[in-house]
Design a protein around this ligand. Structure first.
Ligand code: SF4
Length: 410
């Protein structure tokens, strides 16, 4: 037999950007952990509502939060939002998302330029014709003046149409023309890389430039990012844009990001999920964190291994206990993270019967095997691979939770 080598995500060599607010420095790229990013969906003019949502996103684990800056009023609200967050002890760096008028907002509202920790520039809508370079230059000069990194974020929904038309034209003159999709991919990448080079020419250091080329198809995203990663050393922000709602958006994001992250591509990620009615915005942070944790790239909360349950599970106790333990561990993390370093790497197993219960529980740090159909009403608990105690009676859930807490404290 040939020994099977464990696989691990590739480490891609990129430049490292530093996104700062006060004492907080979030490093991106250059060997730093892949960062979780999110975006608000409040009207930025509603400073209090926006600050509250940013706080929620930060507490859910978002290490960078982007917000729309689309009008002079929104720009004026940014320093106030920053102040509110500072008062609440939330030091998450803020990224300003600019389209069309970013050059004006960043120069006319200096307090906004200062309060933001990073600017997103969309080269597809920074201006047309003669004004294009000037307006792009104004945004880059603001970044240099305030010492902020920028993300040059290309999106195929707002791709530079002049550039695309020129490339289509050039393609039509090729002896063997490329297919339309290849031209589109090339236009996305060219727009990002040429803009980055222009920003460098203006004086922005290369390590302060991040790139993204977002598309909404899984295979398209993989193709574009693989090519982009080969052609530059800039740190990359990765996300499947307009991923959609619920299960579809979650699965599509996980599929696309999982493949690219395994290739070492992506230094920050965002899951662009359309919230279902009533669904918290923080769900996109939870999913992004889960993608990174499931790939073994980061650890955020202790992971709960649970079987799916089947005809051998006797009751709903198994599902209830799994949910209770998962909710409990997540709820404790803000306190535990500081008190018990490394707790996020812990593995807990909650299993439905004797078939895989003891085995899976032994692989975990602490695990319980609940009694299945026809089994004696007893739930053995395994700690560090050894059977520790057998729980019985009506309080199995509570007793197991106490054992988990006790294990963490020890
Ligand atoms: Fe079914 Fe038992 Fe397997 Fe869970 S461990 S899926 S209850 S056989």
């Amino acid at each position: 037999p040939i020994p099977i080598e464990p696989v691990a995500p590739v480490q891609r060599d990129t430049l490292q950007a530093q996104v700062r607010w006060g004492e907080r420095v979030v490093t991106v790229g250059g060997g730093a952990p892949v960062r979780v990013q999110s975006m608000t969906n409040t009207d930025t003019v509603d400073a209090i509502g926006t600050a509250i949502q940013i706080k929620e996103l930060a507490l859910a684990g978002s290490e960078l939060v982007r917000l729309t800056v689309n009008t002079p009023e929104a720009a004026a609200a940014v320093p106030y939002i920053r102040e509110q967050l500072d008062r609440m002890g939330i030091d998450v760096p803020l990224i300003g998302d600019f389209h069309y008028n970013g050059h004006r907002l960043l120069t006319e509202v200096p307090a906004c330029a200062e309060a933001l920790s990073k600017y997103r520039i969309n080269p597809g809508n920074v201006g047309k014709g003669d004004k294009r370079d000037k307006q792009f230059g104004q945004m880059v000069e603001a970044a240099i003046r305030w010492n902020k990194p920028v993300r040059i974020g290309v999106n195929w929904g707002s791709l530079d149409q002049e550039l695309l038309a020129g490339m289509m034209d050039e393609n039509s003159r090729r002896r063997t023309p490329w297919d339309a999709k290849s031209v589109m991919y090339e236009a996305l990448i060219t727009s990002a890389i040429e803009s980055a080079r222009r920003a460098e020419d203006i004086g922005l250091p290369a390590h302060q430039i991040l790139l993204s080329c977002k598309v909404s198809g899984v295979q398209d995203l993989i193709s574009v990012y693989r090519a982009l990663a080969q052609r530059c050393k800039y740190a990359l922000h990765l996300g499947l844009t307009e991923a959609g709602m619920g299960t579809k958006g979650t699965v599509a994001s996980a599929a696309a990001l999982g493949i690219l992250l395994q290739d070492g591509i992506g230094d920050t990620i965002r899951v662009s999920l359309t919230p279902q009615p009533g669904e918290a915005r923080t769900q996109e942070v939870v999913i992004a964190s889960e993608i990174l944790q499931s790939l073994g790239l980061r650890s955020f909360v202790p992971s709960v291994t649970a079987c799916p349950g089947c005809g051998r599970t006797t009751s709903t106790t198994f599902q209830e206990l799994t949910k209770e333990i998962d909710d409990f561990l997540r709820a404790q993390m803000p306190v535990w993270r500081a008190r018990y370093p490394g707790v996020e790497k812990m593995k807990v197993a909650v299993m439905g019967c004797i078939v895989n219960g003891p085995g899976e529980s032994k692989h975990a740090d602490i695990g319980i095997s609940l009694p299945g159909t026809g089994e004696a009403p007893a739930a053995p608990v395994y700690i560090d691979g050894e059977k520790s105690v057998t729980l019985r009676g009506d309080n199995i859930a509570q007793d197991f939770r106490a054992l988990v807490e006790n294990y963490i404290e020890k």
